[in-house]
Design a protein around this ligand. Sequence first.
Ligand SMILES: Nc1ncnc2c1ncn2[C@@H]1O[C@H](COP(=O)(O)OP(=O)(O)OP(=O)(O)O)[C@@H](O)[C@H]1O
Ligand SMILES: [Mg+2]
Length: 333
Amino acid sequence: MPNQPPNEVIKISQLTKDFKISESKPGFMGSIRGLFSWETRNKRALDGISMEIKKGDFVGYVGENGAGKSTTIKILTGILVPTSGEVTVNGLVPYENRIENAKKIGVVFGQRTQLWWDLPVGESFDLLKAIYEIPHKDYEANLAYLGEILALKDLLSVPVRKLSLGQRMRCDIVAALLHEPEIVFLDEPTIGLDLIAKDQVRKFLKKINAEKRTTIFLTTHDMGDIDYLCERIVILDEGKIIFDGLRDELKKLYGRTRVVEVEFQEENPGIRFDNGLQVIREENRKKWISFDRKDHKASEVLTSIINSAPVKDIYLHEAGVAEIVKTIYEKVS
Ligand SMILES: Nc1ncnc2c1ncn2[C@@H]1O[C@H](COP(=O)(O)OP(=O)(O)OP(=O)(O)O)[C@@H](O)[C@H]1O
Ligand SMILES: [Mg+2]
């Protein structure tokens, strides 16, 4: 159908980002003090990721430090240009249409405020109103709606630099939403917040996602955020997506399960698992085998694996909610 808006508000296909890093190395003349040769090295921060996000999705984007989460957000918001691959946000290529894209998205970088440090919060908001050309009526209504849920009334006259971290984060979130963006990118919005402030931010995000169908793309190291908020979880590891699915699927798949990590002595030991034992990851000689603790005794599972092929090393993991993700991360170590 012509001019039909695409169902996917974000489309990422085979996205790669390399950073050039300059390093000083003692060179040929390295023994002479002060003489170094500079070498540039490539760091592949994103390694061919693909995903599609639909309107109203609440996606938790998780991964260890350096996995590539912020790099992805910077590409989706037009701050960085990818090395290869394709990206569209609301049908636009973000780094080619930075300003147009900015009008339809909201961004919060938890580590850094987007507000004017010396201005009272209310004046920062007024500036945003002008920048985004928000009609006066909409601005008033949005500020009332957002300010009410995040209890901002008493903060509007306070300069940003005098706000506590939790207060500043609430203001930053409101600032990112004043122009009613269809998609919001939040990079660690609960970092450093106490439990009460965290709870406020979580409830708020849940509410706007439910009431306004705002699409939310969130990175966090807090598995509590994920558990409370994100229906869909994408796990990134060293620039690659290693899981993309529903939170409930993740839990069903790993939650009641235990995971045995085995390193066999040979590659492809050629064993088959049945009776509900499932190989969930494989890497060289290692296999991660999950089983339901209701159906199997750990001792029996371990014995049957050890008897099936020569084993070099074997561990048993408990899988709780946070551990599920951790277990998946740990496959690399
Ligand atoms: N401007 C840059 N120049 C060089 N390397 C960079 C640059 N930005 C990011 N990197 C590298 O790219 C990789 C991914 O970084 P990124 O900031 O996306 O990770 P992250 O998943 O957000 O991590 P964290 O959880 O610590 O915020 C890291 O190895 C990082 O050092
Ligand atoms: Mg980051």
